[in-house]
Structures are given as structure tokens and as C-alpha cells.
Ligand binder design. Structure first.
Ligand SMILES: C[S@@+](CC[C@H](N)C(=O)[O-])C[C@H]1O[C@@H](n2cnc3c(N)ncnc32)[C@H](O)[C@@H]1O
Length: 134
């Protein structure tokens, strides 16, 4: 909060830094995304909450034919740069507001550590609120 707003608001104000951040995240996450996509079993409709530019979901779709739809949720300025495909849908929004995501599996990877405990709880409340009873 050094400049009166959070880090991701700073990125939103600077598209060059925002793109650089997304590329850095892809690099940091590359090996773990490959391992998750190959070793965990996914099927049906899945969603990656704050999934950046969709690297993990694209790897899962490449490896797992049983996934019918993969929903990428992230800030609007992030998902607007992502190319949708027949199986990859993008939703722009904030995880501090109601998510309205209909999926059987919700992924949050490398998210909660960026926030205070209170903010992390607020994110998890929105995730729980969008989950069905099952
Ligand atoms: C550390 S990156 C993790 C990206 C990805 N999950 C991964 O593991 O590579 C955090 C992500 O949270 C997103 N983010 C930040 N604030 C957000 C908000 N209020 N709502 C939704 N996404 C947000 C950022 O745009 C970024 O993609």
C-alpha cells in the first residue's frame, strides 16, 4: 500500500508492467503448471480464479480431454488480452466481489499469499459463496 493502492492497481495503470508481470508469472509457474496439468485429474467444468493469462488452464485442456469448459477469471485488464477458444472462457472481475462462476472445480494457485489474512478470508468467502452445495 506504499502508493495508496495495492500492487495490482499499480499494474493496471501501467500496461507495460502488467504484461511483464504476467510473463514473469508464466515463467515462475511453468513447471508447476505442467505438473498439475499432467498429474491431477480434472473433468467437467473447471475455473482458475485469478489464473493470470490462462497458462495453467491451457495446459490442462491440452492434457485432459474430460474437461468440457475451462473458465479463466482475473481482473478485466488481464483477461481482455487473452484469446478465448471453444473450451476456454474468460470472465473479468474482482475476487473481492461476487464471482458468479458456475464450475465443479475451482483452482486458486499462488493467490492468497499476496494479501493480508483479512483480505485472504474475504477472497475465500467469495469462493465459497459461488460454490454449489456439492
Ligand atoms: C501471483 S499472480 C498468480 C497467477 C496464477 N494463478 C499463477 O499461479 O501463475 C496473482 C494473480 O491475481 C490476479 N489478481 C489480483 N487482484 C485480483 C482481484 N482483485 N481479482 C481477481 N484477480 C486478481 C492478478 O491479476 C494475477 O493474475
Amino acid at each position: 500500500m506504499l502508493y495508496g493502492h495495492d500492487y495490482f492497481t499499480s499494474l493496471k495503470k501501467n500496461p507495460v508492467l502488467s504484461e511483464r508481470f504476467d510473463k514473469a508469472m508464466n515463467s515462475i509457474s511453468s513447471n508447476e503448471d505442467a505438473a498439475i496439468a499432467q498429474q491431477l485429474i480434472f473433468n467437467g467444468k473447471i475455473a482458475d480464479i485469478a489464473g493470470g493469462n490462462g497458462q495453467l488452464l491451457r495446459k490442462i485442456l491440452t492434457n485432459q480431454a474430460a474437461v468440457s469448459t475451462a473458465i479463466l477469471f482475473d481482473l478485466p485488464n488481464v483477461v481482455e488480452l487473452v484469446q478465448e477458444t471453444p473450451k476456454l472462457e474468460c470472465i473479468g472481475g474482482s475476487f473481492f466481489e461476487p464471482l458468479n462462476i458456475n464450475a465443479e472445480t475451482l483452482i486458486l494457485k499462488r493467490i492468497l499469499h499476496d494479501w493480508t489474512d483479512e483480505q485472504a478470508l474475504a477472497i475465500l468467502h467469495q469462493v465459497v459463496a459461488t460454490m454449489g452445495p456439492e
